[in-house]
Design a binder for this molecule. Structure first.
Ligand SMILES: *[C@@H]1O[C@H](CO)[C@@H](O)[C@H](O)[C@H]1NC(C)=O
Ligand SMILES: *[C@@H]1O[C@H](CO)[C@@H](O)[C@H](O)[C@H]1NC(C)=O
Length: 334
């Protein structure tokens, strides 16, 4: 892939909403990806559109929301939908590439919760567009064969992902842990059943002052990763960086890179209706099996690490690989 895959990045449009995106906090993957493709240094960049296998629309849903909706007085998504469609229409009118493939070799990348709605009003226009999104909820129109999941990473300002850390498996004194706000239904159910009720399943809404969130993950065998307001949570990657086996509590979440990563080998997936059974399920995993899973967590860490510029097998290359696979799977109707 690294030698062959070539991407044309449209020059159309102006900053801040195009060629730009948030580089920090929970939407950082959107800006980091756009920035990498705009850096001019990526080996994936096509010198001209004629040699490109895929076409990138470098427009940022998160920045449209940030610049158009500030201060947020309305949650009406109409303007967002229109700005995005304007961009696609301009590109389709000016250049031959969108029409000749009906968009199936074009992709967009967004980590914003509202990204799936951008294509909502015009299913026909966007029928083939590859949408790479954090909000990969299959019950809201995310199609795992066509679309790809962007992992959510919470990058601190001016920094990339944290170094991998965490104790050796036999030093991890906390069986399972979670700390986080009651964002969304799933977390409410989790807190209702488990908040400060059990020594082994340690669930906190607010972490006690003397405890550190990151450190606690490095001391836990299992880290609970419930969906928040939307399916994706940066906790999944944080858990992996901490060498903690992620326990993914969600429904309809298409996990990142599942074309190539078998999540059942290094994570536990618990549907929302089984939240009351978390302890039984985790206790049912033998220590031997846990050790194997933990070892595999360490092996997949590099696929979630953000490097700039990107490096082989890191998170940006994995995202590009997801696009590459989807591009290979289609026959462009020239
Ligand atoms: C692409 O198709 C649209 C809609 O049919 C049309 O308006 C546009 O001119 C076409 N673009 C090109 C470059 O021919
Ligand atoms: C996924 O989509 C369904 C259907 O719209 C919705 O009910 C559910 O809350 C979504 N999941 C999350 C975690 O937001």
């Amino acid at each position: 892939m690294v030698k062959r895959f070539k991407i044309w990045v449209y020059r159309e449009g102006e900053a801040p909403m195009v060629h730009n995106g948030p580089m920090k906090h929970i939407y950082s993957m959107e800006g980091q990806f756009i920035d990498e493709m705009e850096s001019g240094k990526s080996p994936f960049l096509a010198q001209n559109p004629d040699v490109a296998h895929a076409f990138f629309l470098p427009i940022s849903v998160a920045y449209i929301v940030e610049y158009i909706y500030l201060p947020i007085t309305t949650y009406h998504r109409g303007r967002l939908v229109r700005i995005f469609k304007d961009y696609v229409t301009v590109v389709a009118n000016k250049y031959p590439f969108w029409n000749r493939s009906r968009g199936c070799d074009h992709f967009m990348v967004s980590c914003h919760d509202w990204a799936p709605q951008v294509t909502r009003d015009d299913p026909e226009l966007y029928e083939n567009l590859i949408r790479v999104m954090c909000n990969a909820n299959t019950s809201e129109g995310f199609q795992p064969r066509r679309d790809a999941t962007l992992p959510e990473l919470n990058c601190p300002p001016l920094k990339l992902t944290p170094a991998c850390h965490g104790l050796a498996p036999d030093q991890r004194k906390i069986f399972a842990s979670f700390a986080g706000g009651a964002h969304g239904n799933i977390r409410e159910i989790l807190l209702k059943h488990w908040k400060e009720k059990d020594d082994e399943i340690q669930v906190h809404e607010y972490l006690p002052e003397d405890q550190d969130y990151t450190k606690m993950m490095g001391q836990s065998k299992f880290c609970l990763c419930p969906s928040g307001y939307e399916v994706a949570s940066p906790r999944v990657a944080e858990s992996i960086f901490a060498g903690c086996v992620p326990v993914i509590i969600s429904d309809h979440y298409s996990l990142p890179f599942s074309d190539v990563l078998d999540w059942s080998q290094f994570s536990v997936q618990i549907p929302v209706e089984k939240i009351p059974e978390i302890k039984t399920i985790l206790r049912g995993i033998s220590y031997n099996k846990y050790l194997k899973m933990q070892n595999r967590v360490k092996k997949v860490q590099r696929h979630f690490v953000l490097n700039r510029p990107a490096k082989p097998f890191d998170v940006l290359h994995m995202v590009l690989h997801s696009v590459w696979l989807r591009r290979l799977n289609i026959r462009v109707p020239y």
